[in-house]
Design a protein around this ligand. Structure first.
Ligand code: IPE
Ligand code: IPE
Ligand code: MG
Length: 257
């Protein structure tokens, strides 16, 4: 069934997307910046810089499609293994980007939240910028943009497990009451819906430790496009692939006999 065309945006209409089957939460592993730069004979940081335009076009596309939550992965807990100069560049780049773009996001009613470990070695000035950007946009009611920064899926689960243990030790939670809901409630952003659609660019087909809990039933869409070449049209193509999937959640097809 297709949606009433009058309820669809231009972007959705161009790609034949149904409004009723729009993913509520899209996660993106923004990958391929280094290869994009290498193809042009440029240093890797040129690829990261070029990724900014792709990110903002994807944000606008998500707003246009009526997505509730967009989670983008900017820096992984494993990215500290990269050369020191690249790590420093990425720290400053993300801080600058937030400072330059936060008011624009605010004007678009976007609520920005960061997920990940906010401890050293993330520099204090980066953590301060994160807190400022979150505060500035806290009351917005439009798209929720979750930036995964110093984020690892196992770290998130370990942090949630530690909070469970602290609550049990303090007598706030009975050990026998520890269930899936108790763990979920202690994730970084417990109120966000599970990921419906997970996109990874650059042709790699792995999770690399992204949103392990939240993607339990996500549809995975891999695109060959390198992140700096991504835009809202590619986002819509990924959503079209998602809408062609048959989600079952362990059950049977709704119309199966
Ligand atoms: C993704 O691009 C951005 C970050 C991980 C910060 P990469 O830097 O991983 O680019 P490739 O995978 O080396 O091409
Ligand atoms: C995942 O990409 C992290 C981000 C996109 C921020 P990587 O490029 O670090 O992942 P691997 O090393 O290819 O698995
Ligand atoms: Mg990569």
């Amino acid at each position: 069934m297709t949606a009433d065309p009058t309820t669809r945006t231009d972007l959705a209409a161009r790609h034949g997307l149904s409004a009723e089957r729009m993913p509520r939460h899209i996660g993106i592993i923004m990958d391929g910046n280094g290869r994009w730069a290498a193809l042009r004979g440029e240093p890797r940081k040129v690829g990261h810089t070029a990724g900014e335009a792709a990110l903002f076009d994807a944000v606008e596309g998500a707003i246009e499609l009526g997505v509730e939550v967009l989670t983008v992965w900017a820096f992984s807990t494993d990215n500290w293994k990269r050369p020191k100069a690249e790590v420093s560049f990425l720290m400053e780049f993300n801080r600058d980007l937030l400072r330059r773009r936060a008011h624009e996001l605010d004007a678009r009613d976007v609520r920005v939240r960061f997920i990940g470990r906010r401890d050293p070695p993330v520099p204090r000035r980066v953590r301060d910028e994160i807190a400022w950007g979150e505060d500035l946009t806290a009351d917005n009611a439009g798209l929720k943009l979750q930036v995964a920064f110093n984020y690892g899926g196992r770290a998130e689960l370990a942090d949630a497990a530690r909070r469970v243990a602290e609550d049990v030790a303090a007598g706030r939670l009975a050990a026998s009451a520890v269930d899936e809901e108790a763990l979920r409630a202690r994730l970084y952003e417990p109120d966000a819906a599970d990921v419906d659609l997970l996109i990874r660019t650059s042709g790699e087909q792995r999770l690399s430790n992204f949103l392990l809990w939240e993607t339990a039933y996500a549809e995975l869409v891999f695109t060959e496009v390198l992140w700096p070449d991504f835009d809202r049209e590619e986002l819509a193509r990924c959503v079209a692939a998602y809408q062609g999937r048959d989600r079952r959640f362990g059950g049977v097809r709704q119309h199966a006999r």
